[in-house]
Design a binder for this molecule. Sequence first.
Ligand SMILES: C=C(O[C@@H]1C=C(C(=O)O)C=C[C@H]1O)C(=O)O
Length: 307
Amino acid sequence: MRNGFPELSIAVPGTTATRPVEVWRTSRRVESGFHDGLAYAYDGRYLFCSGRIRHTADYAAATRDAYVRAFELLDRLGYPEVARVWNIVGGITGQVATEGPADRYGEFCQARAQVFRQRGLTVKDIPAATGIGGHDDHTTVYFLATRSRGVIRIENPLQVPAYEYPERYGPEAPCFARATYVAAETGGRSGDLFISGTASILGHLTVHEGDVERQTRTTLENIAALVSGKNLRSHGIDAELTLRDLDCVKVYVKRPHEAEIVRQICTASLGSKSEVGYVIADICRDDLLVEIEGFASISRPDVETVN
Ligand SMILES: C=C(O[C@@H]1C=C(C(=O)O)C=C[C@H]1O)C(=O)O
């Protein structure tokens, strides 16, 4: 906590010498504190919360425990809807020496799914998320929950919902939505769109193995389809976005020497005013070389005026 704001360092280095920093700002009054090992801050609309899970012998139990504590905090402070979660899992694709899932990510997915199930969350309640590799030996989780009752989960027409991935990717499918929309409190037609970490996956298959350029293009096409008017409208959101409308974009590149080509492709597709950060991280599947997430603020007049 620094000056009343939770601060968290994450083992995901930048692609340049400058250390990337992610800041969630609000113009409202912020209250903050600690709860059972979690640091939090809230502003009446969103609650930010973060915690760390050590990679102890019983990692699954430690993960479940962290998620359970987080849900207790949401209940206590009255922010029932988890809109967006980031899970930075140290050594994400590393093998683990336990029974059950073969890798750390598989173990993580299983523990997360168990807590979601216990809490009675269905696929209509799960958050947008990122599950990415960290260069250290713990899992860092941070998330945004909201009081808004107008949260809509969005899926991608080009991808199988992650929660329906076949078992070959792990005994328990990853529980996240491809995006979430949080309607503004004013009851108007404006809101925030949180886009999950997206990769070069079509259906449930990784495509363009070994080819970072094509993986980057497919990832961007996936996001373009996700935020298209056709897809948003099919989820009850009357808006139409393109890649140029994205902001707070984070690009995770697996191999440092490929960061420049990924940057060139992204720069050509994203808006010139969009904030874009590039970091080095392992992706949840060994054959994925890049992953992209983002945010969009949707603001639309409540009533169209015709002059
Ligand atoms: C890249 C994918 O999944 C990644 C893993 C996630 C998770 O487990 O929370 C969420 C989004 C991505 O960071 C994918 O399945 O498409």
